[in-house]
Design a protein around this ligand. Structure first.
Ligand SMILES: Cc1cc2nc3c(=O)[nH]c(=O)nc-3n(C[C@H](O)[C@H](O)[C@H](O)COP(=O)(O)OP(=O)(O)OC[C@H]3O[C@@H](n4cnc5c(N)ncnc54)[C@H](O)[C@@H]3O)c2cc1C
Length: 201
């Protein structure tokens, strides 16, 4: 059953038609399948570029995802490049513990420490963090809602992607979408990748 959150869909001018089954059809410049870290990062990087972005997410946030909860320096460097102070907001407002290195322990109990920082000091902010995946993903997802040109469709699973002459047609569990471009950020079993590469789904 689809959560009531699905009803949260904001009805912008992007709704262009209703098909013969009464299904609403929406049109965007960019469609992004998946609102995990990849989908959110892409949308937030393009949020101020004046394009209409539609995000199609099969789950309803906050959603769970198996993870070790580690945020490496590479992740933080990507966050620093997202416009709008996302990184500073993360440092100030998201629960996490700093991570300053890794300790590998062998079966004979010998250990080796690999520090993340070069200076040998406890630099602030930390070079990495451990943060509950729910909290991290929900933080990124929450930032999407600041932008009028980003429309989020939760509880909306991509089931078919068709390349047409001048647009991409995307069928989901509840609607149809047209986009000039689609980004497949729908995880390791990406429906978008399978359809565009002609793989069986
Ligand atoms: C056991 C395990 C532990 C891990 N630990 C770590 C770690 O500690 N640190 C780390 O950095 N990385 C870790 N990873 C890797 C990390 O989880 C991935 O790199 C990361 O999730 C990729 O982000 P993503 O946005 O590409 O995909 P995802 O996070 O998988 O997001 C994809 C999104 O697409 C949605 N979606 C899927 N199918 C559809 C569809 N048909 N239609 C619409 N939406 C759809 C999903 O609901 C999801 O929200 C771990 C992975 C595993 C398996």
């Amino acid at each position: 059953m689809v959560s009531a959150k699905l009803q949260k869909i904001r009805d912008y001018s992007t709704k262009f038609a209703t098909n013969s089954f009464g299904m609403a059809q929406y049109e965007f410049d960019l469609l992004i399948a998946g609102a995990g870290p990849a989908g959110c990062t892409l949308a937030l990087n393009l949020a101020d570029k004046g394009i209409r972005i539609g995000i199609l997410e099969k789950d309803v946030f906050p959603r769970n995802k198996v993870c070790g909860d580690a945020l490496s320096g590479k992740v933080l460097n990507v966050m620093k490049r997202i416009p709008g102070g996302i990184y500073d907001d993360f440092l100030a407002n998201v629960d996490k513990i700093p991570s300053r290195g890794i300790r590998f322990i062998a079966p004979n109990h010998h250990a080796i420490d690999i520090p993340f920082f070069l200076s040998g000091t406890n630099d602030q902010p930390a070079p990495g963090y451990v943060c509950k995946r729910n909290d991290f993903d929900n933080f990124m997802f929450g930032n999407l809602q600041k932008f009028q040109n980003i429309q989020i469709f939760e509880g909306e699973s991509v089931i078919e992607v068709v390349s047409r002459e001048d647009y991409i047609l995307v069928k989901t569990t509840h609607h149809e979408f047209r986009g000039k471009v689609i980004a497949g950020a729908d995880g390791v079993h990406s429906k978008v990748r399978k359809h565009l590469q002609g793989e069986q789904t």
